[in-house]
Ligand binder design. Structure first.
Ligand code: CTP
Ligand code: MN
Ligand code: MN
Length: 519
């Protein structure tokens, strides 16, 4: 027997957004449709369909259709409504409308585009709500709430985007107790090369960093995207016990602590750590004193300058390095643009290294000689403790890489700089026990001028922000973004950009300032 609720839906009614001229329908039909009673199959959902910009006819049609499919649809907006469905409205529009109606949006209220309802109608049941269905509210979070001023949540949970590139994440992390826990778990997954679990924890940490309030009960996390059950359990445990047993277990896990220690040496990655761990090593002293082990040039430097390199780089040190980098670069290419990128550009006060992007608006033939000349100069001045210069493999007009974590093709130099202390703070003299310099990790990247905006965006980070930018580009815009270019797959063209703002605009994203990219 055919289920009467499974009557085919006229596709033209479903698909036409009400942009074109609409034919008037006899009012009689509305009345007869609305009066038919239907069984409610999905008790947890209470829908309300917004008439604004949708029109009465289409609204009535969709309401009736949803009811026939077993959804509970309210005629009037009330407290019992859980899902508001709108068409041609942004999240901000809906919120504004709610405000005019003097209705307060609770954090559980879902604001959805009509595309979600249409998919539900096709499936005959509620379908999963994803970022493309959820209406986004553009808003500027206050960077930090006034001290003593209890900040009220300006947004409902559903307006938080599942993409880090649609969230403003400053360094003012209100949920550090949770994000620290997630970062330990994510790192542990990285050490175990468990990519999928890594992403679960990294995304959870990232979304919590963007919240303008502190989580104090499970109520606040309802509807927040990027929080899978695994992550929610950890949050619940921390709320109840002040700590997570899983995090505690990881922190005392031998594999985790060993990997953490080994990878803290410059030049030691997962492969080497794995090898040393399997060989039974547990301390750096055991490793250093073992005669049978062979170290790379990078690892030798890593051990030699270990203490300096694990002590973080301060902003004052980064600025001092910046002066020396500019001085050297401008000796050879006076018009070159030198920009400090990475964490310091995002406003961080400390870093594990200092990153620079160099480009020259006046393309010269021997542009590729610049880094060699800088290295030579510093070598002569005794300022270089280690360097590895990687030549460019960049090709013009190449379609960007699809891989989210692909390395870029620019000419680069990874080095350890010998920073004379007097350059750090001449007034106070920060010399320590007769030491006159500090070893500092520096990354120099040289890029062709035409892709400097892409390179700047790519090298500013954070890692999670970059990953979500690429994911957003491909999943939401059918575009491919990497450190060199942006490719529109539909139009089959490379999109040009002079600035980061233009790249965000190409992607249809609101501009996010560098200090809001600490995702
Ligand atoms: N990056 C990249 N390709 C690399 C290395 C880094 O595109 N081979 C980008 C990453 O997106 C990263 C940014 O450059 O976000 C800076 O990298 P890194 O120095 O590792 O991280 P920071 O964010 O600067 O953090 P830290 O303070 O620890 O240096
Ligand atoms: Mn860095
Ligand atoms: Mn770096």
């Amino acid at each position: 027997m055919v289920d009467p609720q499974w009557q085919p839906v006229p596709m033209d009614l479903l698909q036409t957004a009400n942009s074109g001229p609409r034919k008037k329908r006899p009012r009689k039909m509305e009345a007869s449709l609305a009066s038919t009673p239907h069984d409610i199959k999905f008790q947890d959902l209470v829908l309300f369909i917004l008439e604004k910009k949708m029109g009465t006819t289409r609204r009535t049609f969709l309401m009736e259709l949803a009811r026939r499919k077993g959804f509970r649809v309210e005629n009037e907006l009330s407290d019992s409504v859980t899902h508001i469905v709108a068409e041609n409205n942004s999240g901000s529009d809906v919120l504004e409308w709610l405000q005019v109606q003097k209705i307060k949006a609770s954090s559980q209220l879902e604001l959805l585009d009509v595309s979600w309802l249409i998919e539900c109608m096709g499936a005959g049941k509620p379908v999963e709500m994803t970022g493309k269905h959820q209406l986004v509210v553009e808003t500027d979070y206050p960077a930090s709430p006034e001290p003593g001023h209890q900040m009220t949540l300006p947004l409902t949970a559903k307006q938080i985007s599942p993409y880090a590139c649609q969230r403003r994440t400053t360094l003012n992390n209100q949920n550090q107790i949770f994000t620290d826990a997630f970062e330990v778990l994510a790192e542990n997954c990285e050490f175990r090369e468990n990519e999928s679990s890594y992403l679960v924890f990294a995304r959870a940490a990232s979304v919590l960093k963007s919240l303008p309030f502190t989580i104090i009960s499970m109520k606040e996390i309802q509807g927040i995207p990027c929080l899978e059950d695994k992550a929610k359990c950890i949050i619940e445990e921390i709320i109840e016990d002040g700590e997570s047993s899983e995090v505690k277990a990881v922190l005392s896990d031998e594999r985790y602590t060993s990997f953490k220690l080994f990878t803290s040496v410059f030049g030691v990655g997962l492969k080497t750590s794995e090898k040393w761990f399997r060989m039974g090593f547990r301390t750096l002293n055991q490793i250093k004193s073992d005669q049978s082990l062979k170290f790379t040039r990078m690892q030798k430097a890593g051990f030699l300058y270990y203490e300096d390199l694990v002590s973080c780089v301060s902003r004052a040190e980064a600025e001092a390095v910046s002066e020396l980098v500019k001085e050297a670069v401008w000796t050879f290419l006076p018009d070159a643009l030198v920009t400090m990128t990475g964490g310091f550009r995002r406003g961080k006060k400390i870093g594990h290294d200092v990153d620079f992007l160099i480009t020259s608006p006046e393309s010269t033939e021997d542009e590729d000689q610049l880094l060699h000349r800088v290295i030579n100069l510093w070598g002569k001045e005794g300022l270089l403790l280690y360097y590895d210069l990687v030549e460019s493999t960049f090709e013009k007009f190449k379609i960007p890489s699809r891989k989210v974590d692909a390395l870029d093709h620019f000419q680069k130099c990874f080095l350890i700089f010998k920073l004379p202390y007097q350059r750090v703070d001449s007034g106070k003299s920060v010399q320590l026990e007769g030491k006159t310099w500090k070893a500092i990790r520096v990354d120099l990247v040289m890029c062709p001028y035409e892709c400097h905006a892409f390179a700047l965006l790519g090298w500013t980070g954070s890692r999670q922000f970059e990953r979500d930018l690429r994911r957003y580009a491909s999943h939401e815009r059918k575009m491919i973004l990497d450190n060199h270019a942006l490719y529109d797959k539909t139009k089959r063209i490379l999109l040009q950009a002079e600035s980061e703002e233009e790249i965000f605009a190409h992607l249809g994203l609101d501009y996010i300032e560098p200090w809001e990219r600490n995702a």
